[in-house]
Design a protein around this ligand. Sequence first.
Ligand code: FAD
Length: 468
Amino acid sequence: MLRAPDPATLQRLKAIVGPAGLVPDPAEVEPYLHEWRNRWVGETPLLLCPGTPAEVGAIVRVCHDQHIGLVPQGGNTGLVGGQIPRPGHGEILVSLRRLNRIRNVDAVDGSITAEAGCTLAAVQAAASEVDRLFPLSLAAEGTCQIGGNLSTNAGGVHVLRYGNARDLVLGLEVVTPDGNLWNGLRALRKDNTGYDLKHLFLGAEGTLGIITAAVLKLYPRHRHVETIFASVPTLEAAVQLLAYARDATADAVLAFELIGRTALEFVTRHMPGCTDPLPRPSPWYILCDLSAGRGLAEEAIAGAINAGLISDAVLASGAAQSASLWRLRESISEAQKPEGTSIKHDISVPVSRIPALVERVLAAAPQVIPGIRPVPFGHVGDGNLHFNFTQPVGMDGKAFLARGEDLHLVVHDLTCAEGGSISAEHGIGLAKREEVQRYKSTVEIGLMRAIKHAIDPVGIMNPGKGVV
Ligand code: FAD
């Protein structure tokens, strides 16, 4: 049974971090308690910003001994509420922002050792200084932290080529729920010496421990990247185009993103400077990055047009045009806001099932909410759709949101019927904690519960979040 900290315990916790790790002004604590979309507002008796892994360990030990819940927080860009301390529970909030050193970069080994509070952009920049690439990339990269990325097993736009965050990790340093520090910072590509413990903490959303540092994989940088924005006649063509492009370019596809027509219309209507790159409207578009030699992209486009997979295309003439094409994709969530409230899904299915899934969801959603406006887009190269919906024109926003669970049920049931997942890259957090029970077998939930109990028997780590 967890309890709220008493005044003496709060003093002990404050003494661990000292003045540099405290945020005494409640107004400065506020931003840590609101998540990006303002969907969850948290509450905490104390925000701590430890400056070393040893301080993190000391905080956790006190909370363990006193049975106090704690919530790790990275850049606070998570979209399922996992980083927000629940109101009324007296949970300590631990921000990793001061653990922000790059400890080592090794271009020969192709590895970088970064503390959990380094922003993703800082890790990318440190890699780039030694002419290497850290390929994890997402729109929140200036703010999100590597500890948060690993704890959510973040995806982003390069999963197709490099895998999820989980696939980019060689070693981890973790404070376990009893306050011990596990130094698993090995830079080994091969290490078959028992259970691979790091995978327990990756994607665990802070429910099994606090990641304090990681050894990450680096790759050669791409010398030449070509960006293509193409209209495709159907989703079937989009999926075939992916296979075609990978084949025609000897697997040089770095990113393969889907944009629906409604999403493009919202972006061109609301985002300053964004225009439709093609003269004729199309139901679907693909934004694709190729790490191909010069000329290969043109050849691939010509071949795809001949095969009927592309109706029309723009090949970016340089970095500026490439950036403006990517802006169309990255502005979609922002451009939805002026159209009213939205209900969002982060789902995945095997790539070949995307056309069937989209067709079924597009048919079913208006039966739940007539007039609903579907805005599907996403990382279609890895079967991940952000299947968003904007409220019908003229409908009350709150009344629309109140129907959210009915819509989730329909979308998630259809997704699972196609062999998919109800959370492709954002995690479970608070948002999907109840719902996920419907889709996981009792065997799977039982195994997860056993792991949680073995590692965190008191249950102090991010209580009430994740699957168990
Ligand atoms: P937070 O939000 O602070 O925390 C997320 C979870 O991790 C919480 O459960 C928290 O308790 C836990 N946690 C944080 N740090 C630690 C730690 N050191 N140890 C243990 N647990 C910890 N996500 C994608 O996967 N792909 C995308 O393309 C993508 N695009 C995005 C675009 C925008 C504009 C925004 C706002 C978000 C996007 N996200 C995306 C979601 C979000 O950026 C990712 O989930 C990111 O990995 C979260 O990192 P963070 O540092 O902000 O973590």
